[in-house]
Design a protein around this ligand. Structure first.
Ligand code: GCU
Length: 602
C-alpha cells in the first residue's frame, strides 16, 4: 500500500497516541490555547485540548495561544460540485450529481454527503487550528439559502462541530430578488431587511453556532448595493443587522473594480471605494481584502487598503489554491509569500485571516502532494503568524515523510537517509516561491497570464471584447522603448495610497525595491540597475534564467530522495516536477521572445 492510496492526509497519517494526559485549567487565558508539559496537555477549553494534542504530536512543548480569532478557509465550491479555481477534483461538500466522477472514501451515509471525508477534513483543519469554513463560492448561487441546501449545511455543521469548525456561507446580495421572493434587493427597503432577518432566523434555528456571511458585491458582475444607488456600507450593515441578534458576522470583500471607479488604475480602486466608508460599518462587519491590490499574483506589494481603515475591523484573504502560481501542477510553497505580506501589514491590524482552499476530492486532497504543505502552512500561520517559513516547512516535511512517527510498515522508509537530505529539501521548499516569481514575472511584472484559466504566459494578450483589466498588455505596457506602469506620483498615483515610509520608498525610483520596480515604474530597456550592474533587459534575462535553474535543482533533489519515498507518491510528484520544469522554460522563452522582439521592432 502506498500512503497516497488511503486518501489520508500525509501529515496526519498516524492515530493520536493514547498515552497523552489531558487536563482542564480554568485559570488559563480565555481562548483555545494550550500548555504542553511532557505528555500532558492542559487547556481552558475542550478545543484547546484538541489543538494541544496535535501540537504534541508535532513535537511542541510549552504554552501557545491562537493569534487570530478567525482562522477561516474559503471554499470556492459551486453547488454543481465544481470548484472555481480548484485544481484537486470536485467539491468535498457539494457532490456532482449523476456523474461518474470518483469520490474517494465514499463511506458516508447518503444524502449526497461523504460524512467520513468531511470529518477527516475537519480533523485535518483542527490539527492546525483552523476554526471556520465558508462552504461555497464567493460567486454565490442564491439557491444556497433555500430549504434543501440549509438542511444539508446543517448536517455539514454537525459533522464539523466536534472539530471546532464553524460553518459560514457566501451569499449572493441579490438573493431575495433572484429567488423570486421580492421584486428588489435594495438594502434600504424594509421588505428586503425583513427577508434577510427571517432568513437569518431560519439558518440559526438549524445551526445555532452559524458563523455568518461572506459577500462579494458589485464585483465582476455580482449584484450589490450599487444596483440601487446604495453604498457598500448600506449593504453590509443591512446584513449585519440581520445576523447581529444571533452573534453572526459579515465578511464583506473589498475586491472590487470596474464598478463605480471604472477606468481608474485597477490597483487603486479598493481604496477609492472603501476609504470614505471607514467608520460607517456596524461592529459585526469585517472588511476582507486580498493581500495584494490586484489579484493573488506571485508577487505584489501589499494592498494599501490595510493602511486606510482604522475604524473598521479587517481580515486578510490569502489564496492557498495557487491560481496564479502554477495551480496544482507546480511545487510552490506559499509561506514565504504570506510572511512577506505580514512584514508590511502587521498581524496586529487584523482580526482574522481567510485562505482560499486548495482542497478537493482528489485522493491526495490537493492535487499535488506538496500543495498540502500550503494548507498546513496557512493553518500554522493563522495560529502564529510569527512562525518562520523554515520552521513550518520543517514541521510539514517531518510529519509527512517521517521520521517523527513510525512509518506504515509496508512503506520502505529509511529515515536516516532521508534525514540527511532534509536540509536540501527544506531549502528548495522555502526558495520555491521566489523561483516561481523569477520564471514567471520578475522585477514587479504581473498578470501576464493566459486569459481565463491563468495557467501559462501570454504577454501579448489583448482582446477587444474583454475589459482592458483582463488583458495582459494592460499590465506591462511594453513597447519598443520601455516597459512597466508608472504608478508613481507622476503616473497613476497609486504610490500615494501607501503609508510612509512606503509611499516615498515606492514613489522614488532610486529607493523602489527591485522586486516592485516595474509594478511602480515605467523604464527604458537600457535602464541601468545600480544594484547589479545590468541593464533592465539583462536583469530580466538573468532572473528568468535563475528561476529555470531553481526548478532544475528541485528536480535534481527529488531524484536523490527517491530511495526513501514510496514509489507511487514519488512518481506523482516527479511527473508534476517535470511539467513544472517545462512550464518554467515556456514562461522564460515566451516572455523573453515577446519582449525581445518588441525592442527589435523597426
Ligand atoms: C479572481 C479569480 C476569480 C474570483 C475572483 C474573486 O479574479 O480569477 O475566479 O472569482 O478573483 O476573488 O472574487
Amino acid at each position: 500500500m502506498a500512503w497516497a492510496e488511503d486518501g489520508s492526509l500525509l501529515w496526519l497519517r498516524n492515530p493520536v497516541p493514547s498515552d497523552i494526559a489531558l487536563r482542564f485549567d480554568p485559570a488559563m487565558p480565555e481562548d483555545d490555547g494550550y500548555r504542553i508539559d511532557g505528555r500532558t496537555v492542559t487547556a481552558r477549553t475542550a478545543l484547546g485540548l484538541l489543538y494541544g494534542k496535535y501540537a504534541l504530536l508535532r513535537g511542541e512543548q510549552g504554552e501557545s495561544h491562537p493569534f487570530f480569532k478567525l482562522r477561516i478557509l474559503n471554499h470556492w465550491d459551486n453547488l454543481d460540485g465544481s470548484v472555481e479555481r480548484g485544481y484537486a477534483g470536485n467539491s468535498i461538500f457539494w457532490a456532482i450529481q449523476n456523474s461518474d466522477v470518483p469520490v474517494h472514501n465514499n463511506q458516508g451515509s447518503g444524502g449526497g454527503l461523504d460524512t467520513v471525508l468531511i470529518s477527516r477534513y475537519g480533523e485535518a483543519c483542527a490539527s492546525i487550528g483552523i476554526n471556520g469554513t465558508v462552504l461555497n463560492n464567493v460567486n454565490a448561487s442564491p439557491k444556497i439559502l433555500t430549504g434543501g441546501y440549509l438542511k444539508k449545511i446543517r448536517r455539514v455543521a454537525d459533522i464539523l462541530r466536534p472539530w471546532g469548525i464553524r460553518v459560514y456561507l457566501s451569499v449572493n446580495f441579490g438573493s431575495p430578488k433572484a429567488l423570486g421572493e421580492l421584486k428588489t434587493a435594495d438594502p434600504l427597503n424594509p421588505k428586503v431587511k425583513r427577508w434577510w432577518q427571517k432568513k437569518a432566523a431560519e439558518i440559526y434555528r438549524q445551526i445555532p453556532d452559524f458563523g455568518g456571511f461572506l459577500v462579494k458585491a458589485n464585483s465582476e458582475g455580482q449584484p450589490g448595493p450599487f444596483d440601487y444607488g446604495r453604498t457598500h456600507a448600506d449593504g453590509a450593515n443591512m446584513l449585519a443587522d440581520a445576523l447581529k441578534p444571533f452573534g453572526g458576522i459579515v465578511m464583506w470583500r473589498s475586491f472590487v473594480y470596474g464598478a463605480r471607479h471604472q477606468g481608474e488604475d485597477r490597483v487603486k480602486q479598493a481604496v477609492s471605494e472603501f476609504a470614505e466608508l471607514d467608520g460607517l460599518f456596524r461592529d459585526n462587519v469585517i472588511l476582507q481584502s486580498k493581500n495584494g491590490p490586484l489579484d493573488f499574483q506571485p508577487r505584489e506589494p501589499y494592498a494599501p487598503i490595510f493602511d486606510h481603515m482604522s475604524r473598521t475591523p479587517q481580515m486578510a484573504e490569502l489564496q492557498i489554491t495557487q491560481e496564479y502560481l502554477g495551480q496544482s501542477r507546480h511545487l510552490v510553497f506559499l509561506a514565504p509569500m504570506w510572511q512577506e505580506f505580514f512584514s508590511y501589514v502587521s498581524p496586529d491590524r487584523l482580526v482574522g485571516i481567510a485562505g482560499v482552499a486548495n482542497i478537493g476530492t482528489d485522493t491526495n486532497w490537493c492535487g499535488h502532494h506538496f500543495s498540502q504543505a500550503n494548507w498546513y502552512a496557512f493553518g500554522r500561520l493563522a495560529w502564529n503568524p510569527a512562525l518562520s517559513s523554515e520552521q513550518i516547512a520543517a514541521e510539514w516535511l517531518r510529519l509527512t515523510f517521517g521520521p517523527v512517527h513510525p512509518a506504515p510498515s509496508a512503506v520502505p522508509c529509511d529515515d536516516t537517509g532521508l534525514a540527511a537530505l532534509y536540509p536540501r529539501l527544506l531549502s528548495l521548499l522555502v526558495r520555491s516561491r521566489e523561483a516561481c516569481v523569477d520564471y514567471m514575472m520578475p522585477l514587479g511584472l504581473h498578470h501576464i497570464f493566459r486569459f481565463d484559466h491563468h495557467m501559462g504566459p501570454d504577454p501579448g494578450g489583448f482582446r477587444d471584447d474583454y475589459p482592458i483589466e483582463w488583458c495582459p498588455v494592460y499590465y506591462h505596457r511594453a513597447n519598443r522603448d520601455s516597459i512597466g506602469v508608472d504608478r508613481s506620483s507622476t503616473g497613476t498615483g497609486a504610490t500615494g495610497q501607501y503609508r510612509e515610509p512606503y509611499r516615498s520608498i515606492y514613489d522614488n525610483l532610486a529607493s523602489c525595491p527591485l522586486e516592485f520596480l516595474l509594478w511602480f515604474h515605467r523604464l527604458p530597456w537600457s535602464y541601468p540597475i545600480r544594484q547589479t550592474g545590468h541593464t533592465l533587459w539583462q536583469e530580466l534575462e538573468f532572473r528568468y534564467n535563475r528561476g529555470v535553474a531553481e526548478v532544475d535543482s528541485l528536480v535534481d533533489i527529488w531524484q536523490q530522495v527517491r530511495p526513501y519515498i514510496d514509489e507511487q507518491r514519488w512518481q506523482e510528484v516527479d511527473e508534476r516536477l517535470r511539467f513544472q520544469q517545462q512550464d518554467a522554460r515556456l514562461w522564460r522563452d515566451t516572455c523573453l521572445k515577446y519582449f525581445g522582439q518588441l525592442q527589435d521592432a523597426p
